[in-house]
Design a protein around this ligand. Structure first.
Ligand code: ADP
Length: 234
């Protein structure tokens, strides 16, 4: 594995199709390393919730499961990774998703001196479809649940704050299909980009095991790197 300098931020890129568990793994990594999760999907949804100019401009594309413009997403990430909480590192969840974003991401990471590690969550297509059908989210705290792999203790209720769980608008079946089509056409080819450009690309089988077990695999892959960078000594 290529060495990583101590003191430079670590960019953990979670890569995988919708429903591969990026958001769930991101939350585990946040707890483990104390670095923030940067989810472009969450950032975009927040703009829609606020009803601001950006929100209005992306609402119809997001509802349809289409990707939003590269320039906008690149700008949001550019601004976010400059915040002080990203100084030790950050997790990119749902970015990059197009070749243009991938190229820009390399420039953005270089501009803050970050070094990347890419974790590809590999999941079978049929598993994805059944997972996404059972997906629910807490509208209050954002915790994701799944009827099969991660049921709440009480059906339909968030374990953490008791809020009634909802189906995220873009988890509706027609929208899910569109998101998967977009992934196949525009995002999956980035694996070749990472193979060619990134010295640290790990593949994790995320089809069979429970999220906690997938996380253990991620931990063992990243452990040498985070120890080398002194990220566990807090
Ligand atoms: P998932 O990974 O399960 O598809 P996300 O929350 O990451 O869910 O994304 C939801 C939607 O937000 C996408 O369908 C797309 O419309 C928009 N989006 C999120 N990230 C990006 C991105 N990097 N580029 C373009 N659109 C994005």
């Amino acid at each position: 594995m290529a060495g990583v300098a101590t003191g430079t931020p670590l960019a953990v890129i979670l890569f995988g199709s919708p429903g591969s568990g990026k958001g769930t793994q991101a939350k585990f990594i946040v707890e483990w390393l104390g670095i923030p999760q940067i989810s472009t999907g969450d950032m975009l949804r927040e703009h829609i919730r606020q009803g601001d100019e950006i929100g209005k401009s992306i609402e119809s594309r997001m509802r349809a499961g289409s990707l939003v413009a590269d320039d906008l997403v690149n700008k949001l990430v550019y601004e976010r990774i400059r915040k002080p909480d990203c100084a030790r590192g950050f997790i990119l969840d749902g970015y990059p998703r197009t070749p243009e974003q991938a190229e820009e991401m390399m420039r953005l990471l270089a501009s803050v001196g970050a070094e990347e590690v890419v974790i590809h969550l590999v999941v079978d297509y049929n598993v994805i479809i059944s997972r996404m059908a059972g997906r629910r989210v807490c509208p209050q705290c954002g915790t994701l649940y799944n009827a099969v792999s991660r049921p709440p203790k009480i059906e339909g209720i968030c374990d953490l704050d008791g809020t009634v769980l909802v189906v995220r608008e873009d988890d509706r079946e027609d929208v899910v299909r569109e998101r998967l089509d977009q992934y196949e056409a525009r995002t999956r080819p980035l694996i070749e980009f990472f193979r060619a450009r990134s010295p640290r690309l790990f593949e994790v089988d995320a089809s069979k095991d429970r999220p906690e077990v997938v996380f253990q695999h991620i931990q063992s892959m990243l452990n040498g790197l985070v120890v080398e960078k002194g990220m566990l000594a807090q």
